[in-house]
Design a protein around this ligand. Structure first.
Ligand SMILES: Cc1ncc(COP(=O)(O)O)c(C=O)c1O
Length: 374
């Protein structure tokens, strides 16, 4: 049955505050390398409890820069998650390294530290750990492992602004972490990202690398190293500042929407909901991804929900099975059985801070119908 009702997968929360902040930057004429960037970085660092933050043009750019800072290069291997967005593996490939995929934990969908340990070889240089869907990865275990084996640990926190691990915010644990601000994220700048670090030297290096290899003391046409244009501009930083001002409200609203989904979907037989928080892990709600029953036909569910105007997404395909990864590195099915099984069954439902109760009930009932268990 065709419908005119539309429930989008995501929607950013922007209002007059961002409009005013952007207008202020436009009037100032300082559209790039201006003071708004510094203010955004300082505010962000404070929110996540890191001493330094460097704004970048995207989460992907931030991950790439951390790979460079870790000295990753040709011949190196980087262990990472197959159940993630491609950027968490691509960042190593950009530098000529080989991604090595370790399987994930079935409950959290995050890297299984035992699988990471098993994947380490003499060529391993770093681990890129992802906080998937805003649920903190096993940071302490992974850090201890990396310290023991002399590896760099890069945290892909692109989906996890506001999450807490062992009572403290992601970003505050001494590791370098990357956050992202695409419009489906907890906060958006349109495009944009932030690298947080606990090392002043690394912070200076990141600022240089994002700015064509310039240094704070050198001139505009003096380039101390091979750099990139990975800068965030002041217009986006202004949007980011407006977003940070309402971060607590955004996070609370997203949590309330997630809790409501939990209640609405609890009765659907065989449907698994996102894993719950525990004493060490507090999720920041990025998306609401359910795992369909093993015998369900996901494509049919997607089509049926689509016919009701409900947008869904196949979050997330396994990275190692993407065409370019198969071609370049020869990865095949069977490499990461847990990730592969779950990746074929997981589905993202519409989710954002201001998704109303009526739409949520509509999604829940359409999903129950589509699964034939209403
Ligand atoms: C886990 C993860 N890593 C990296 C990225 C890349 O961020 P961006 O899209 O800002 O480059 C994203 C965002 O889509 C992500 O979800």
């Amino acid at each position: 049955m065709a419908t005119t009702r539309r429930v989008p997968l995501s929607f950013p929360w922007l209002d007059e505050r961002e409009e005013e902040a952007v207008a202020e930057v436009l009037r100032s004429g300082r559209l790039s390398l201006g003071p708004t960037i510094d203010r955004f970085e300082e505010a962000f660092a404070e929110v996540v409890g890191a001493p330094y933050a460097a704004a970048v043009s995207s989460g992907t750019a931030g991950l790439h820069l951390l790979c460079i800072a870790a000295g990753i290069g040709p011949g190196d291997e980087v262990v990472t998650s197959p159940y993630s967005f491609v950027a968490s593996a691509n960042c190593a490939v950009y530098e000529g390294a080989t991604p090595v995929f370790a399987d994930v934990d079935r409950r959290t969908l995050n890297l299984d530290p035992a699988a990471v340990e098993a994947a380490i070889t003499d060529r391993t240089r770093a681990v890129v750990a992802v906080d998937i869907y805003g649920y903190p990865c096993e940071l302490d275990e992974l850090r201890a492992l990396c310290e023991r084996r002399g590896l760099a640990l890069i945290e892909d926190a692109c989906e996890a602004l506001g999450a807490r691990y062992r009572g403290r915010p992601i970003g505050s644990h001494g590791l370098s972490a990357v956050f992202a601000f695409y419009p489906n994220k907890q906060i958006t700048t349109g495009e944009g990202g932030m690298v947080t670090t606990h090392s002043e030297d690394e912070w200076r290096l990141l600022r240089s690398l994002r700015n064509q290899g310039r240094t704070d003391s050198g001139g505009w046409l003096e380039h101390a190293r091979l750099g990139f244009n990975y800068r965030l501009d002041d217009v986006r930083a202004a949007i980011g500042l407006g977003q940070l001002e309402k971060l607590d409200g955004i996070l609370a609203a997203r949590r309330a929407v997630a809790m409501r989904y939990g209640e609405l979907l609890a009765g659907i037989d065989g449907l698994a909901l996102p894993c719950e928080d525990d004493a060490d892990h507090e999720r920041s709600w990025f998306v609401f991804v359910v795992t369909l029953p093993a015998d369900a036909d996901r494509e049919r569910v997607i089509l049926e929900l689509g016919a009701h105007g409900i947008q869904t997404a196949r979050y997330l395909p396994c990275i190692h099975l993407q065409p370019y990864m198969r071609e370049r590195f020869g990865f095949r099915e069977g490499l990461c059985p847990v990730a592969e099984e779950l990746s074929a069954r997981t589905l993202a439902l519409p989710f954002h801070a201001r998704l109303d109760e009526e739409d949520q009930a509509y999604v829940a009932s359409a999903l129950a119908d589509a699964l034939g268990r209403a």
